[in-house]
Ligand binder design. Structure first.
Ligand SMILES: Nc1nc2c(c(=O)[nH]1)N[C@H]1C(S)=C(S)[C@@H](COP(=O)(O)OP(=O)(O)OC[C@H]3O[C@@H](n4cnc5c(=O)[nH]c(N)nc54)[C@H](O)[C@@H]3O)O[C@H]1N2
Ligand SMILES: Nc1nc2c(c(=O)[nH]1)N[C@H]1C(S)=C(S)[C@@H](COP(=O)(O)OP(=O)(O)OC[C@H]3O[C@@H](n4cnc5c(=O)[nH]c(N)nc54)[C@H](O)[C@@H]3O)O[C@H]1N2
Ligand code: SF4
Ligand SMILES: [Mo]
Length: 675
C-alpha cells in the first residue's frame, strides 16, 4: 500500500490537501492531510466516498457513438482514434462551411485544477470558435458586484477568523459548502465570538448559530441599507476609515439611507424592528467583524445590489482595516497568476460570446452562423442550467453535432453524438489555487486513468494537435507549464518560488487591511461604472417588477440551496451519498402543506408556466410560509419526475448576467393531480 498526497479538485472553496491510500491501482481510502493546517486531517463526507466514484461500475469505459435518437441514451463503443477522427473531420468541415464561430466549447468547473480546467477553454480560444461567458450559472453576479465595490481583489483571509470578534454567515451555509472554515470557526467560538446567520431557511449552520435571522428571499440589500441607516443615526461609523477608503458615502447617506428606516426594513425583510436594531447595534459595537458572503443571495434578479450593499458594511465600521475584520466572498482575485498560456494560447482577440446560462437560447436562436457543433466537458447543463426543457430542445436538434466528455453517461451526455470517457481528478496531475483560501499546490495522480479514460488536459492536447495547433500548451508536459503561471505575477504571488508548489501546500497571506482595486482605489459605494450601465450606482433595494408580477400570480417562491451530501450532480455516482442526501425533495412549511392537504412523504407536483417536476414532500418549519425549498439539483432518474431547473427561466441578474434561479415562482399540488 502506498500513500499519495493529492488535492481535492471538486468545485469547493476549501481545496483540501488529501492523502489517498492506493494498492494495486485502486484508491482504497481518502483522508484529509493532517500535515496541512487548513485541511486539518479531515475530508468532507462527500470526498471520503470518492473511492466509490473513481472505481464505480458506471464509469464510461470507451468512447461511444450514438446509435439511437438524441436523448435516448443508446450508444455503441468506438475506438479513441475513430472518435477523434470523426470529431476533427466534422469540426474542420463546419469551420470551412460556416466559420469557427459555428462551434462552441462549453466547459466548466468540475475539475478545479488549472491545467485540466483551462486548457479546454484554450483549445477553443485558439480555434477562434464562439466563446463561453463561463460561470453565469454560478458566481458571475456576486463576483461582478464585488468587483464593482472592492475591485478584482480577494477578500479577508478565512484563516484570520482567529482575530475576529463577530462572524456573520450572510447567505452562506458553512456546514454544506465551507466545512473547514466551519471547523476553524467552531474553535474560535469557544472563546465567546458570536456567530450570526442571515438566511431564509434554518440551515444546519443556522441551527447551530448564536442567532439566526430568517430573512425574506431577495431582501438582503434592504437589511444592509437598514444597518447603515442605524449606524449613521447612532454615530457608530468609523468616519476616518470612510473618509480615507470609500467613495460616495455622503451621497449614499443623503439620497439612499433615509429610505431605509428600521420599520420599513422590517416590513421588507420580514424581520422584526427589534431584530434589525439589535443586529445593527451588534455590528456597530464589533471592531473586527467578519462577514462570510454566500452566493445564494445573488441568484435572483437584484442579486448584485444585495452583494454590494452587504460588502459595503465593513467599510462603515472600519472592519476592513483590521486583522480578522472585513468580508470574504472569494480569495482568487488576489492570486493573479498568468494563465494565458493555457486560456489564450493563440486565437483572435475577440469572438462571439455565448452566455453559459443561456445555452438553450443560443442553440435555438443564434444565427449567422447558427451553432452547429458543441463540445461539453465537466458540466452537466441538462440538469444544472436554468430552463432545462428549452436547453434539451436545443440539444435534441438533429443538425447539431455534440461531443460530451465526462466520467459518466449523464443526462447531458445522453444527447451527445460522441461521448468521450473522462478521468476523475484522482487520475490526473494538476496545479491548484484555491478560490476560498490563500493556498496553492501541485499534485500528482493517485492512480492511472481508469479503463480508456483521458483527462481534460490530455484530450485538449490531442484535439489541439489534430486541429493543427502548434502552441506550446498542446505539447508540453503539465509540470513544465507551471513556471509560466508565475511569470509577471504581481502582489502576493510575486514572492513565491514556483519550485515550492511541487513540494506541498503553499500558503500566502493577503495584507491584513483590505485592498481596493477599483478605478478610484477606494471601496466604491458610488460606482460610475454601474451608473454608465444604467444600474443604480449606490447600493439600494428596489422591488423587481417581473418578480412582483410573478409573485402576484403564484403563491410560492423557490429557494434553492446546496445539498449536504451532493453538490449539483458531481457525486451522483455514489449510492451511499445518494442515500444520505435522500430522495430529491421539496420542503414546505406545515401551514402550506396543510392548506394543500399534503403530508410528509407524499409525492408532489411543482409547477409553473415553464414546467412540471415531481418530488417527494418534506414538511418542516425550517422554511417560512410562502417558500418551497428544493435542495440541490438532482438528475431526472433520481426524482419522481424531472429536475428542479425545469421551473427556472433564463433571466439575467442585474450585474454579471448571472442566473436567477430564485426569481422562480410556482405552486405545489398532490402528484395525482399531475394529469
Ligand atoms: N436550481 C439551481 N441550479 C443551480 C444552482 C443552484 O444554486 N440552484 N447552482 C449552480 C452552480 S453554483 C453551479 S457551479 C452549477 C454546477 O453545474 P455543473 O457544472 O453542471 O455541475 P455538476 O452537476 O457537478 O456537473 C459536473 C460534471 O462534470 C463531470 N466531471 C467530474 N470530473 C470531471 C473531469 O475531470 N473531467 C470532465 N470532463 N468531467 C468531469 C461530472 O461527472 C459531472 O457530470 O449548477 C448551477 N445550478
Ligand atoms: N455540499 C456542497 N458543497 C458545495 C456545493 C454544493 O452544491 N454542495 N456547490 C459548490 C459550488 S459550485 C459553489 S458555487 C459553492 C457556493 O455555493 P452557494 O450556492 O453559494 O452556497 P452558499 O454560499 O451556502 O449559499 C446558499 C445559501 O444561501 C441561502 N440563500 C438563498 N437565498 C438567499 C437570500 O435571498 N438571502 C440570504 N441571506 N440567503 C439566501 C440559502 O438558503 C443557502 O443556505 O459551494 C460549493 N460547494
Ligand atoms: S471540503 Fe471541499 S475541498 Fe475538502 S474534500 Fe470536501 S469537496 Fe473537497
Ligand atoms: Mo458554483
Amino acid at each position: 500500500m502506498s500513500k499519495v498526497r493529492v488535492v481535492c479538485a471538486h468545485d469547493c472553496p476549501d481545496m483540501c490537501s488529501l492523502v489517498a491510500e492506493v494498492e494495486n491501482g485502486r484508491v482504497l481510502r481518502i483522508q484529509g492531510d493532517a500535515d496541512e493546517a487548513w485541511t486539518a486531517g479531515f475530508a468532507c463526507a462527500k470526498v471520503t466516498r470518492d473511492t466509490e466514484t473513481v472505481h464505480s461500475p458506471d464509469r464510461l469505459r470507451t468512447p461511444l457513438r450514438r446509435s439511437g435518437p438524441k436523448g435516448s441514451g443508446r450508444f455503441e463503443p468506438i475506438t479513441w482514434d475513430a472518435a477523434l477522427d470523426e470529431i476533427t473531420a466534422r469540426w474542420k468541415a463546419i469551420i470551412a462551411e460556416s466559420g469557427p464561430e459555428a462551434i462552441l466549447g462549453y466547459a466548466y468547473s468540475a475539475h478545479q485544477g488549472h491545467m485540466n480546467r483551462r486548457l479546454v477553454s484554450g483549445l477553443f480560444h485558439a480555434l477562434g470558435t464562439s466563446r463561453l461567458q463561463a460561470g453565469t450559472v454560478c458566481d458571475t453576479c456576486c463576483e461582478t458586484a464585488w468587483d464593482m465595490t472592492c475591485g478584482p481583489v480577494g477578500g479577508t483571509d478565512p484563516e484570520s477568523v482567529v482575530h475576529s470578534d463577530l462572524v456573520i454567515a450572510w447567505g452562506c451555509d458553512l456546514m454544506a459548502v465551507n466545512v473547514h472554515f466551519w471547523a476553524l470557526l467552531e474553535k474560535v467560538r469557544k472563546s465567546g465570538v458570536q456567530l450570526v446567520v442571515i438566511d431564509p431557511r434554518r440551515s444546519q449552520t443556522a441551527a447551530r448559530a448564536d442567532w439566526h435571522l430568517p430573512i425574506r428571499i431577495g431582501t438582503d440589500a434592504a437589511l444592509a441599507c437598514g444597518i447603515a441607516h442605524i449606524l449613521l443615526r447612532d454615530g457608530l461609523l468609523d468616519r476616518d476609515y470612510i473618509a480615507a477608503h470609500t467613495l460616495g458615502f455622503e451621497r449614499w447617506s443623503t439620497e439612499v439611507l433615509p429610505n431605509f428606516p428600521p420599520d420599513r426594513v422590517a416590513s421588507i425583510t420580514g424581520l422584526s424592528v427589534a431584530d434589525v436594531e439589535r443586529l445593527a447595534a451588534m455590528y456597530g459595537a464589533a471592531k473586527a467583524s467578519l462577514i462570510r458572503l454566500g452566493e445564494g443571495m445573488t441568484r435572483l434578479a437584484k442579486g448584485g445590489q444585495a452583494l454590494r450593499a452587504v460588502a459595503t458594511l465593513p467599510a462603515l465600521t472600519g472592519a476592513y482595516g483590521r486583522a480578522g475584520g472585513g468580508a470574504l466572498l472569494l480569495a482568487a482575485g488576489s492570486m493573479d497568476f498568468q494563465f494565458g498560456v493555457l486560456n489564450r494560447p493563440s486565437g483572435p482577440a475577440s469572438a462571439r460570446m455565448v452566455n453559459h446560462l443561456a445555452l438553450g437560447e443560443a442553440l435555438e436562436e443564434m444565427r449567422d452562423p447558427p451553432l452547429r457543433a458543441l463540445f461539453i466537458a465537466a458540466n452537466n447543463p441538462a440538469v444544472t442550467n436554468p430552463d432545462v426543457n428549452r436547453l434539451r430542445r436545443g440539444l435534441a436538434r438533429e443538425d447539431l453535432f455534440t461531443v460530451v466528455h465526462d466520467p459518466f453517461l449523464t443526462d447531458t451526455a445522453r444527447y451527445a453524438d460522441i461521448v468521450l470517457p473522462a478521468t476523475t481528478y484522482l487520475e490526473t496531475e494538476d496545479f491548484y489555487r484555491s478560490y476560498g483560501t490563500y493556498r496553492m499546490q501541485y499534485a500528482p495522480a493517485a492512480v492511472p486513468p481508469q479503463h480508456e479514460a483521458r483527462s481534460n488536459f490530455h484530450l485538449a492536447q490531442d484535439l489541439g494537435r489534430r486541429m493543427g495547433l502548434t502552441d506550446r500548451a498542446f505539447s508540453a508536459a503539465p509540470r513544465d507549464l507551471v513556471p509560466e503561471f508565475f511569470k509577471g505575477a504581481t502582489g502576493i504571488i510575486a514572492a513565491v518560488d514556483p519550485a515550492r508548489v511541487f513540494e506541498g501546500p503553499v500558503k500566502v497571506a493577503p495584507p491584513a487591511a483590505q485592498e481596493f482595486r477599483t478605478p478610484s482605489g477606494r471601496l466604491e459605494i458610488y460606482s460610475e461604472t454601474l451608473d454608465r450601465q444604467g444600474v443604480p450606482p449606490m447600493p439600494t433595494w428596489e422591488e423587481d417588477p417581473v418578480e412582483a408580477a410573478d409573485a402576484a400570480r403564484w403563491p410560492l417562491r423557490l429557494l434553492t440551496a446546496p445539498g449536504y451530501f451532493q453538490a449539483h450532480t458531481a457525486y451522483a455516482a455514489s449510492p451511499f451519498l445518494r442515500k444520505r442526501e435522500g430522495e430529491p425533495c421539496a420542503i414546505l412549511h406545515p401551514e402550506e402543506a396543510t392548506r394543500r392537504g399534503l403530508a410528509e412523504g407524499d409525492k408532489v407536483l411543482l409547477f409553473n408556466d415553464r414546467g412540471k417536476v415531481g418530488l417527494v414532500l418534506r414538511v418542516s418549519d425550517e422554511v417560512r410560509p410562502g417558500v418551497v425549498l428544493v435542495p440541490g439539483q438532482r438528475p431526472d432518474g433520481e426524482a419522481v419526475s424531472g429536475t428542479v431547473n425545469m421551473l427556472c427561466d433564463e433571466r439575467r441578474t442585474d450585474m454579471g448576467e448571472g442566473a436567477c434561479y430564485q426569481s422562480t415562482f410556482l405552486d405545489v399540488a398532490a402528484w395525482q393531480d399531475a394529469a
